[in-house]
Design a protein around this ligand. Structure first.
Ligand code: FE2
Ligand code: FE2
Length: 335
């Protein structure tokens, strides 16, 4: 337990207190960021350790005691360093009570993007397990308060890469999923498992693109029919690939195999509108929206509001879902 102290007003704005789990995650003798101590006699926060120095063994013990006493802080100015550090051990985020919602959003974004990039590079079981672990840490955080997803949806990547797109779709898919839940949806009475697997589906929907050669993925000119056909295999090849890794959840299957299906039957691979599940429809809207708002090799980024309006006018998408997207953006604009 950290001691309750009488800290001066405004201190939490500039610094945040760290706990021993966080301290232990740092290099013991050479922490990656400056550390400050609250001095009660002068009622101020003073430097204790500067990056580049080395702590003695005695100091590391003293530091640990002071962390327990609740008087050790890091500066919010060092947040970028802290984000990078903590994003490698994502479960620490859930233990840190001093991070603000937007800081947590940045940490999840950095961590999940790096993890997805690793999985696209190396789509093997050992990397998949890490993806799943991080996605489930993320859903555990959301489960504490589903409205946290809004802070994520405000921080989408604007540059295209497969990993960036996957994370954007993870965030927007979950936003559309969560805003579509009934108003009396009570997480305490629910099993989290379907929610976890739905999140996985959004993040992994394009994993089959790892099998499409980069020269086709990044082509700036129109694709030839053969190249288009190759791209279109990514839905089923992704699904088969995850099957080989023993990932066989229905929610993941729906996202992977249906996100390019359209209500009028013009999508792929089935070209059958009746087969699209509500989750497949959400993933289709999230996917198209995220593609439209990021700068791609062959197209400029669209303004999010214009993209949502275009999707609302496009009858190949479920209008209830596209309007939910538009409503979110309109509400955000008013803030
Ligand atoms: Fe796709
Ligand atoms: Fe996609």
């Amino acid at each position: 337990m950290q001691a309750d102290k009488d800290f001066p007003n405004g201190l939490e704005e500039e610094y945040y207190q760290i706990n021993n789990d966080i301290l232990q995650s740092f290099n013991k003798f050479r922490p990656p960021l400056n550390i400050y101590r609250f001095k009660e006699d002068v009622s101020r926060v003073l430097p204790y350790y500067k990056v580049g120095e080395r702590l003695s063994k005695e100091q590391t013990e003293e530091l640990s005691d002071m962390v327990d006493a609740g008087i050790i802080f890091v500066s919010r100015d060092d947040h970028p360093v802290y984000v990078k550090h903590i994003s490698y051990q994502l479960d620490l985020v859930l233990l840190d009570k001093h991070l603000k919602e937007k800081e947590i959003a940045e940490i999840f974004k950095a961590a999940l993007t790096r993890r997805m990039a690793a999985f696209f590079d190396q789509p093997v079981k050992i990397v998949y397990d890490k993806v799943q672990e991080d996605v489930f840490t993320f859903t555990e955080y959301l489960w504490q308060d589903l409205s946290h997803i809004k802070a994520m949806a405000r921080r989408l990547h604007t540059e295209h890469s497969l990993a960036n797109h996957s994370v954007n779709c993870g965030f927007m898919g979950l936003l559309l999923h969560i805003t579509g839940l009934p108003s009396d949806y009570n997480v305490e009475a629910k099993n989290r498992q379907p929610f976890d697997r739905t999140a996985l589906g959004f993040f992994l929907h394009d994993i089959g693109m790892s099998k499409v050669p980069p020269f086709i993925r990044d082509k700036t000119k129109a694709l030839t029919p053969e190249e288009r056909q190759k791209v279109q295999t990514h839905t089923m090849s992704g699904y088969e690939m995850l099957g080989r890794l023993d990932v066989k959840y229905s929610e993941v299957e729906q996202c992977l195999t249906q996100h390019h299906e359209r209500l009028d039957g013009t999508g792929y691979p089935q070209r059958a509108s009746a087969a699209i599940t509500p989750l497949g429809q959400v993933c289709a809207v999230a996917d198209s929206f995220c593609a439209m708002i990021s700068k791609r090799p062959y197209a400029a980024a669209m303004d999010p509001m214009a993209a949502a309006k275009r999707l609302c006018d496009d009858k190949r998408y479920a209008s209830e879902i596209t309007h939910r997207l538009l409503n979110f953006l309109v509400t955000e604009m008013k803030k």
